[in-house]
Design a protein around this ligand. Structure first.
Ligand SMILES: [Zn+2]
Ligand SMILES: [Zn+2]
Ligand SMILES: [Zn+2]
Ligand SMILES: [Zn+2]
Ligand SMILES: [Zn+2]
Length: 569
């Protein structure tokens, strides 16, 4: 069935499988297209904008996702989880004459909010979405790391900086999507590699430079096999500590990407699926960065979930869920943000272990509540059904919270990364925008030398001007120590611009229908020249079609899995 999006007017499809799912969980069919629904969820995620402020209960200074002048009451972790307050203190009667979302918004403005999402960390004040980390700085949506900085989506890594999506990495710098790597820099999609620079889609390689599509190789330079002595000589001549050199090499690396043949998606061990960065997923469609998910659709960052549609970030161990943001362990729950365990609930925000609640905020271990007010089981069921009926009549039921209910401004959130809008666009839509205090008025005369060995300690006392967005940024002593020790030039851009640059290199969360570009007989295949090429079982152009996150207008060469596997040397 074809529908037209209420927000962007584009048409979108609802399949019979989708209809079955919506019926199973008793929600009307969506009125927004998948992208607009995704945008509406993403505005709930301020992942990287941190502010200094006070806890509104203990008045200690804290680092928070909420500005000091934000209209919300904000408690530090200890106060929010203490018994000094209770969500029921803010209970409200339903006003049947008014919109439910308006009443929900009013409740939000009263119930205290958790300052930031940090659990069991040590010395990781300037982070968010972190768990079990130690001595980390400016890392986000990342667990079990030590001594890591300026990264997003890193797990179990040590002394790793400027990484987007990494797992089990040590001493890695400026990488995207690398796993089990040691001392790898400026690389993408490398796994099990050791001491390498500018690698693309390589596995099990050591001492390699500016190469792509290699498996288990050593001393390869620009996809050319060298002897150990030759390799070491070339590397010694390369000024890795010079900003100019790294800039030039990064430009070369961009050119190299055009030559490489990519598998149409990242991941393995999936069946019946579409998306990118998937592992062990089954009957899963239009989903990204997911692990072990089953019968799901429109999920980004899902982990071990079943029968869920529409989820973003930390959707972990959920079943029968719909429109979830940052929710862990939810069963049969619809429209939830920042919730931890619970079941049979609707429209919940920052709740823990709730069951049968509707439109509640900041409740823990409670059931049969609406707008934080306690009802008997029977009253709850009658009132809930009446509310669903009334909300359905005015088109509220079935919709996720409107953007205006997000506790953050548009440009503070992950929506800005995936759906960038100008201030005017945001304001015209009636959404909120925050203009940060203008740092640009200050003047910095400090000039960084080209090479790291010439950088003096006074760099720490000075503001640096980002060469891209012109705002000021600083570097910290631990960071400078690492740059010096490992001969890495001081970055010329602020973290925001560096992160945005990496996001641009990463595939987008959209899919295009494409055909495998492999033609036989082989031309010059990818890999090291001279290696034997296996047979492909097709003459001329391969007829395999697929959905891929490599867009039709990108010049990326994409192959089906079968053809791609045969290019590996
Ligand atoms: Zn739309
Ligand atoms: Zn406090
Ligand atoms: Zn910048
Ligand atoms: Zn093919
Ligand atoms: Zn082929």
């Amino acid at each position: 069935m074809t529908k037209q999006c209420k927000q962007c007017s584009k048409t979108f499809q609802i399949s019979s499988d989708d209809q079955t799912f919506y019926q199973k969980i008793s929600v009307p069919e969506p009125t927004l297209c998948p992208d607009c629904r995704s945008q509406r969820r993403l505005v709930w995620r301020n992942e990287r904008s941190l502010y200094s402020r006070q806890c509104d209960l203990c008045h200690k200074p804290i680092i928070s996702l909420y500005r000091a002048n934000s209209p919300y009451t904000v408690y530090c972790y200890a106060c929010w989880y203490s018994d000094q307050w209770n969500g029921s203190d803010y209970a409200r009667e339903i006003d049947w004459q008014r919109s439910f979302f308006d009443q929900f918004k009013e409740l939000q403005l009263r119930v205290p909010r958790l300052s930031a999402f940090m659990v069991n960390n040590e010395n990781c004040e300037y982070t968010n979405g972190t768990l079990g980390c130690k001595d980390c700085y400016m890392i986000f949506a990342s667990d079990h790391n030590e001594n890591c900085m300026y990264s997003y989506g890193i797990f179990s890594s040590v002394t790793t900086l400027d990484v987007l999506s990494g797992k089990n990495c040590e001493l890695c710098y400026d990488c995207i999507g690398c796993t089990n790597c040691f001392n790898v820099r400026y690389s993408e999609d490398a796994s099990n590699c050791n001491t390498a620079y500018f690698l693309l889609d390589c596995k099990g390689c050591g001492d390699c430079f500016m190469s792509y599509g290699l498996h288990n190789r050593n001393y390869v330079w620009k996809n050319e096999q060298l002897t150990e002595a030759e390799y070491k000589e070339r590397l010694a001549k390369t000024q890795l500590g010079s900003t100019q050199t790294i800039k030039r090499l990064k430009a070369d690396f961009k050119e190299l990407k055009k030559k490489h043949t990519f598998k149409y998606y990242h991941g393995q061990n999936n069946d019946n699926f579409s998306g990118d960065y998937l592992e062990r997923c089954h009957n899963t469609w239009q989903s990204f960065e997911c692990y072990e998910i089953d019968n799901c659709k429109f999920i980004t960052h899902g982990n071990q979930i079943k029968d869920c549609y529409d989820g973003y970030m930390n959707v972990d161990q959920c079943e029968l869920g719909y429109e979830l943001v940052g929710s862990v362990g939810a069963y049969n729950t619809k429209f939830a943000a920042a919730c931890y365990t619970g079941s049979y609930s609707y429209y919940i925000d920052s709740c823990k272990q709730v069951k049968n609640v509707f439109g509640c905020i900041g409740l823990q271990n409670q059931q049969y509540c609406i707008l934080n007010k306690q009802y008997s089981e029977q009253e709850y069921c009658i009132t809930r059904d009446k509310l669903i009926k009334q909300m359905s009549a005015i088109g509220e039921y079935g919709e996720f919270f409107p953007v205006s209910c997000s506790p953050f401004t548009y440009n503070e959130t992950a929506a800005m990364d995936s759906f960038p809008l100008s201030q005017t666009d945001v304001v015209n839509r009636g959404w909120n925008w925050h203009t940060p205090p203008d740092k640009q008025q200050r003047f910095s005369s400090y000039r960084l030398p080209d090479t790291i060995d010439k950088v003096e300690d006074d760099v720490l006392e000075n503001f640096l001007t980002c060469e891209q967005c012109q705002t000021f940024y600083k570097i910290i002593p631990a960071e400078l120590r690492l740059y010096r020790e490992h001969i890495i030039p001081v970055p010329r851009q602020c973290f925001n611009c560096r992160h945005a640059g990496r996001l641009q290199q990463h595939t987008q969360r959209s899919l295009w229908q494409r055909q495998c570009m492999c033609t036989r007989p082989p031309g010059q295949a990818a890999g090291v020249a001279g290696a034997a090429q296996p047979e492909h079982g097709h003459g001329g152009l391969c007829q395999n079609n697929f959905e891929t996150a490599y867009s039709t207008d990108s010049i990326t060469i994409v192959y089906c899995e079968d053809c791609y596997n045969k290019t590996i040397v």
